[in-house]
Design a protein around this ligand. Structure first.
Ligand SMILES: Cc1ncc(COP(=O)(O)O)c(C=O)c1O
Ligand SMILES: Nc1c(O)cccc1C(=O)C[C@H](N)C(=O)O
Length: 406
């Protein structure tokens, strides 16, 4: 494709104007919305309002008057619309790691089964949290099976199958419906990590009959650094599953201040402590960037963007190897390419305004966020990558110095 052809695609794109819902620095092509979403244009004012008006003027009255106390459910219901869940099935709370802990511990204590089944190479926090649950609840163990062997590894000992729908490195997807059915056919619960899926690819939890899910607020939901995460529990399980973090905010009547814990009836039982109100204000601005957007068209555009990038890089960059599924139907909204010197290559690319990220040991990872990226952006990013690789400018000591966060 030529640059003019890419520009023509933007001119014909009914979603192109959504870019105005974000602020990005001039000269930056941002291909890392899968790690930290871009800042919504409304976020600074929304955050300032929460601080200056709700906190500064409203003070403690804002728990009621500004609706702070209901924000976890209110935002949860908004997230639900992006993942095929019903109102009352999603709550915004804590971090993805903490939510994983709550749901895994609940799943392995709900019945007799004690095995958590997952895949090796899952996102580290998923593995670490599972290992922590196994270390603290007697009889629990973690079993891993390579992704293709997961269905066959589900047996009568497995309490819960925990998988990340879109893999954080390769972007390879699981068939959400088929794997959920396989878990349930063996009597196990299915827990999906939707961190790299929500707001990026179609997800229909209830159509798939999913049991449990978690996901991040700061990636494609654009909630800002450290934004609270979310948690889904299918309505049919809500009365029987119990959070191990039985804090007061998940109590049936927190302001009765009684001594004995009694879980709230619905999704709010998964709250532990006080909600992070300021983080929720920014997350609300992030979720609002999806308002009125045709999700099917948005996700189709995301796929078209990553397909264009793969085609351009494959054609113009013989130095790299595609490390994601070639079939766009088999991957999420990011793609990875392998290069033996991926770290300095990515550093040189970032220096030229194309922000992706490096994932050890050898991956260049690029996220395609259809809300704020266009076809010409993607074309230019591929062009800069081709130039960086062909010129060898990346082979410089200053690009090899590792930062603390990659
Ligand atoms: C699949 C997956 N799960 C979880 C997380 C993060 O969890 P937390 O919100 O606890 O940092 C990430 C990214 O950071 C991720 O990619
Ligand atoms: N959450 C992150 C952070 O606090 C610092 C740096 C990166 C992240 C990420 O989100 C990483 C991301 N989950 C990944 O897929 O690699």
């Amino acid at each position: 494709m030529t640059r003019d052809e890419a520009r023509a695609l933007d001119a014909a794109d009914p979603l192109a104007a959504l870019k105005e819902r974000f602020v990005l620095p001039p000269g930056v092509l941002y291909l890392d919305g899968n790690s930290l979403g871009a800042m919504p244009a409304a976020a600074p004012a929304a955050s300032a309002r929460a601080v200056a008006e709700e906190w500064g003027t409203g003070l403690v009255r804002s728990w009621n008057d500004a609706g702070w106390i209901d924000a976890p459910s209110r935002l949860g219901d908004r997230v639900a619309t992006l993942i095929g869940a019903a109102p009352g099935e999603v709550v915004v709370a804590d971090t993805t790691s903490v939510n994983l802990h709550k749901l895994l511990a609940a799943a392995v204590t709900a019945g007799e089964r004690r095995v958590i089944l997952t895949e090796p190479g899952n996102f580290p926090t998923d593995l670490y949290v599972a290992q922590g649950v196994a270390a603290t609840i007697p009889g629990v163990s973690v079993r891993t099976a390579p992704r293709d062997a997961v269905p066959a590894a589900i047996d009568e000992d497995v309490a819960v199958v925990m998988l990340t729908h879109v893999h954080y490195q390769s972007a390879a997807t699981f068939d959400l419906r088929a794997v959920t059915a396989a878990a349930q056919a063996e009597g196990a619960l299915m827990l999906w990590d939707l961190s790299h899926s929500t707001g990026a690819v179609p997800v229909d939890l209830n159509a798939a009959g999913a049991d449990l899910a978690v996901g991040c607020g700061y990636k494609y939901l654009n909630g800002g650094p450290g934004a609270p995460a979310f948690l889904f529990v299918a309505a049919r399980h809500q009365a029987r599953l119990r959070s191990p973090l039985s804090g007061w905010m998940g109590h049936a009547a927190p302001f009765d201040f009684v001594d004995d814990y009694a879980p709230a009836a619905g999704i709010r039982r998964w709250l532990a402590g006080t909600p992070p109100v300021l983080g929720m204000a920014a997350l609300a601005a992030g979720l609002a960037t999806f308002d009125g957007v045709n999700l099917a068209a948005l996700f189709a555009k995301g796929r078209a963007l990553s397909t264009l990038f793969v085609a351009e890089v494959t054609a113009r960059c013989p130095q790299v190897r595609l490390a994601s599924p070639a079939d766009p139907a088999q991957r999420g909204s990011h793609v990875s390419f392998a290069h033996p010197d991926a770290y300095p290559v990515m550093a040189a690319l970032i220096d030229r305004g194309v922000i992706g990220d490096f994932r050890a040991p050898d991956l260049l990872r690029f996220g395609f966020t259809p809300l704020y990226l266009g076809f010409e952006d993607v074309w230019r990013a591929a062009d800069v990558l081709a130039d960086v690789l062909a010129s060898g400018v990346w082979d410089d000591p200053r690009y090899r110095r590792r930062a603390a966060v990659t």
